[in-house]
Design a protein around this ligand. Structure first.
Ligand SMILES: Cc1cc2nc3c(=O)[nH]c(=O)nc-3n(C[C@H](O)[C@H](O)[C@H](O)COP(=O)(O)O)c2cc1C
Length: 192
């Protein structure tokens, strides 16, 4: 029997959008350096489905550098109000330039300017330096559209393993694990 983790994800996500007080699209993104040292930070889910779970960032950031050297990732979404978590793991690819352009164009102008002004994950001597860079970029693009910075892009985690965890009384939690193989997706259970 083939299973459909994406329909289940859609159903849980819809419930989370109704229940969470903010950021139902927030997820922890874990990456690792080639020697296996992990790092984790929050990002926002900007697209999802069988072709991948997408977030946008600066490719020269720490996460971007780790993904270019070791293109695998794990995502964790915790919907606190629903007492649920979803874990997604798989190889990572950059989205196409055209896809990144479309998403960048949909962001607010201030966020677009911020993307140019922020040398993400690099040391910053003082806050004022960042503010001055922001003002410089604002002036530079005055009266025109803000193009996507060349190193600002999206990454897609192609899921190979998706686990849905839900809270149950007495810590008898439910864990549904979906894995993909030659025959498509199959579903099993894990002890909590
Ligand atoms: C709720 C939340 C959502 C975030 N979303 C993003 C995001 O979508 N993209 C991004 O680059 N940083 C996002 N950040 C900031 C990152 O957590 C992180 O500080 C930044 O990307 C630098 O991470 P790095 O140095 O590990 O690359 C978010 C932070 C929070 C708390």
């Amino acid at each position: 029997m083939t299973a459909d983790p994406f329909a289940l994800f859609d159903a849980w996500y819809a419930e989370a959008k109704a229940a969470e007080i903010n950021d139902p699209d927030a997820m922890a993104l874990a990456t690792a350096s080639p020697d296996g040292s992990p790092s984790v930070r929050m990002v926002l889910l900007k697209g999802h489905g069988p072709n991948g779970f997408i977030f946008y960032t600066n490719a020269d950031s720490r996460k971007g550098s780790e993904l270019s050297a070791n293109p695998v990732a794990a995502l964790l979404i915790h919907w606190k109000s629903l007492r649920r978590q979803v874990r997604i793991e798989g190889p990572v690819q950059e989205v196409s330039g055209a896809e990144a352009d479309i998403y960048f164009a949909s962001r607010s102008r201030d966020s677009q300017i911020g993307a140019w002004a922020s040398d993400q994950s690099r040391p910053l001597d003082r806050r004022e330096t960042f503010e001055a860079r922001y003002e410089e970029v604002r002036g530079r693009f005055e009266g025109s559209d803000v193009p996507r910075p060349p190193r600002w892009t999206g990454f897609k985690v192609n899921p190979e393993r998706i686990e849905f965890w839900s809270d149950r009384p007495h810590r008898l939690h439910e864990r549904r694990l979906f894995t993909v193989g030659q025959q498509g997706w199959t579903e099993g259970l894990l002890y909590p």
